[in-house]
Write a protein that binds this ligand. Sequence first.
Ligand code: NAD
Length: 365
Amino acid sequence: MALEFAYRQPVKIYFGAGKFARLGEILDELGLRRCVLVCGRHFAPTAQQMQQQDGRIVAIFSEVEQNPQLSGVEETTRLCRTLQADAVIGVGGGSAIDTAKFAAAIALEDGEPIAYYRGERPFPAKRLSIIAVPTTAGTGSEVTQVSVISHVAEKRTINDPAFMPSVAIVDPELSRSVPPRTTMNTGLDALAHALEGYWSKNHQPISDLMAVEAVRLVMENLETAYTDGDNLQARANMAYAALLGGMSFALPKTAGCHACSYPLSEDYHLPHGEACAFTLDSFVRINADERLELLCRRAGLSGTEELAQRIGALKELAGLRRRLSELGEVDLDKLARDCAAHGLMANNPVPMDAAALRAMFAQLA
Ligand code: NAD
């Protein structure tokens, strides 16, 4: 097959322990003077200190929850519009960064956030600057044009150039305080991004290279980051793996495992990373082919079966849910139908209809 691809990665990335301290210089470089900082509660005290020291942080929204709601976007947008902000700084896991991205994208217009959420208004070409500062090592949201926002029970993934961060500051020091279980959930999310970008029907060579390295880094560092959260080397390698994982799927998009993660999050309330991990080893076995064997060998594994077994072992180590019986009462037919109907399922290299998915989930009963 002839080599052919279009590759683009527009985010300026600063990576390294202590790099978050350079935020002030980065704001200077970009000429930014009025920033709204968005974060989760864990970061609220630090955000308040930052605001006292730097007048350019004009407001803080620190109420971001897991599976972030549109209401958080509404409040952040209101702050941006009233205070005439020129940038939004998202500090946190994917939930805070995605909230920041959505608000920055719409703040220069006066439309209601719900209208953009429902696709009734297009995202404008002009938007506020977005500074993305991940504090978990998982989503890669700092380098994607994706924002995942929930409204009531619906969780929607919106893909638009308006969401692409201007700058990513990846400082592994910030992930030291992530609790072990979240470390495992987010680390397996990074692994799922790398694998899904690699086996997506839209995979391409540069993204493939990053996927291989991300898989190698996760396999060599996730267990240490989980058991010894203060190990900065493991934290740094996981932060790098998450960044590479984000770039691995940013263009090819994800596939079957992510398609299944949506019903698992929406109906059975699994956090995003755990929802991806739930079927990741199953999809490794389903999607196993020569290309995936090659990735495994390049990532230092003997092959796909070792990869699947090690994913299972990591889930067991952290006590993540692995069986449908742990999710309460599950309607197997509905789960299989909903997963099959998700748009990302079409990217899976092996066609998976509701019957095939039902058979996969039956093995996880
Ligand atoms: P999260 O942002 O929901 O954070 C999980 C929990 O960890 C929260 O309670 C948060 O406050 C806490 N936390 C974060 N950093 C911490 C730290 N340093 N110390 C202590 N606690 C900390 O989790 P996540 O997995 O990073 O993000 C998940 C969200 O991102 C989901 O909504 C998912 O759908 C979305 N997502 C987005 C993309 C994208 O490209 N935009 C990709 C994958 C997933």
